[in-house]
Design a binder for this molecule. Structure first.
Ligand code: NAD
Ligand code: ZN
Length: 358
């Protein structure tokens, strides 16, 4: 057996108000390469009272994180623009949700690797280490702050640039940054963590490492979404931020499963956002994920979340086939969920049947 030899986040600065330390944290790295920082920031913050510790020749890009997940073309264009404007930056800082985390991670790799990011969608295809990069999440749940992948949609697939250099050198986890997330989005992205832990635990890769982080993350999720004090409040903002991190670390030694495979198909074909797509799929996977789906339903009711029913009635056969083709290519997820004999159970028809439940 080949054990994962994984790269963890270099440094973590956690706690309410920790964002105010970002400027100081960047200071010692400012002279690297051409001596300037690039900030990629969710444009939600553009017209808010939000200070970015940019100075000198730093570049600040506000990027719309609200309507589509990051594309390979966005990364390629941004990389070309940055390099042709001021040369190799000292570092990249991503501020926002999972989309902005992934943009920052992908850019940090693509400024040193030639050609389109499409060439590097997959495991260990990146050839050279990227540059210093920092993640500052403003929503909790994806685990993108610690994962070794930067998920991108390309012309043919939704797949991450996955390698040890993808992992952030530094993250700043300030729960205060998440207070403004609208309730629906808070729920969908938070459920990403809950589902990560359930899928991590339901499959052949699960082990004591995944369990230790996953159990802790699940406990925090249950307090945040089902506990006496459930809901968006400062205490839960702190808990959910850690739940997200631990859920991500649980996955490092395990794998996601059926829900994520279906979710990737939905995102690819309809552009459905990751957290929401997970909720749409998980809602109908009781036969696979059992009581966790009942628990999920309790959370949906508790927060008055409206999940559509009978969506698939509006989908064409081509759309269902296209999603299923995306999903079936995620072999590592099916393998984790059903074991090495997964192909005996799972084929295109089976996956189409899962989509038709939605
Ligand atoms: P997101 O980045 O897609 O943002 C969702 C919405 O929340 C946007 O409209 C954004 O403007 C808004 N927003 C962000 N912070 C806010 C704040 N503090 N206040 C108010 N609004 C705010 O959200 P997400 O769910 O965190 O990320 C989803 C993305 O993450 C997908 O692209 C998915 O592919 C990716 N992802 C990556 C990994 C990984 O390991 N790399 C894992 C899971 C998901
Ligand atoms: Zn996820």
């Amino acid at each position: 057996m080949n054990h994962i030899n994984f790269n963890n986040i270099g440094k973590i600065c956690y706690g309410r108000g920790s964002y105010s330390q970002l400027g100081e944290i960047l200071e010692p790295r400012r002279n690297d390469n051409k001596g300037y920082m690039v900030f990629v920031v969710d444009d939600y913050f553009e017209d808010k009272d939000f200070s970015i510790p940019a100075k000198g020749n730093d570049l600040v890009y506000y990027i719309d994180g609200s309507h589509e997940e990051p594309k390979t073309s966005l990364i390629d264009d941004l990389r070309d623009e940055i390099l042709s404007t001021q040369g190799l930056p000292a570092g990249i800082v991503g501020i926002g949700g999972g989309s902005l985390m992934d943009i920052a991670k992908a850019l940090s790799l693509m400024v040193t690797n030639e050609g389109s990011s499409v060439l590097y969608q997959g495991l260990n295809l990146i050839k050279k280490p990227g540059i210093y990069h920092v993640g500052v999440p403003t929503i909790s749940g994806t685990g993108a702050e610690c994962s070794m992948t930067a998920v991108l949609s390309g012309p043919e697939k939704k797949l991450g640039l996955k390698c040890e250099w993808t992992v952030f050198n530094q993250v700043v986890l300030d729960p205060d940054l998440t207070t403004t997330v609208p309730t629906d989005q808070w729920f969908y992205t938070g459920m990403d963590t809950f589902i990560h832990c359930i899928e991590s635990a339901t499959g052949i890769k699960y082990n004591a490492f995944s369990k230790a982080y996953g159990d802790q993350s699940l406990e925090l999720c249950r307090e945040v979404f089902l506990g006496e004090n459930a809901g968006q409040n400062p205490e839960n903002d702190e808990k959910l931020m850690l739940a997200s991190l631990f859920g991500g670390l649980s996955l490092t030694y395990s794998e996601v499963g059926v829900c994520h495979a279906l979710s990737y198909g939905l995102s690819y074909v309809f552009g459905t956002r990751h957290g929401y797509a997970n909720c749409l799929a998980f809602n109908h996977l009781k036969d696979i994920y059992g009581e966790a789906v009942d628990e999920f339903h309790d959370m949906v009711v508790r927060f008055n979340i409206n999940l559509p029913v009978n969506m698939s009635a509006g989908w064409t056969d081509e759309e269902i086939t296209a999603m299923s083709e995306i999903a079936i290519r995620l072999e590592h997820m099916w393998n984790h969920a059903f074991g090495p004999g997964w192909k005996d159970k799972v084929d295109l028809e089976y996956i189409k049947g899962l989509y038709r439940r939605l």
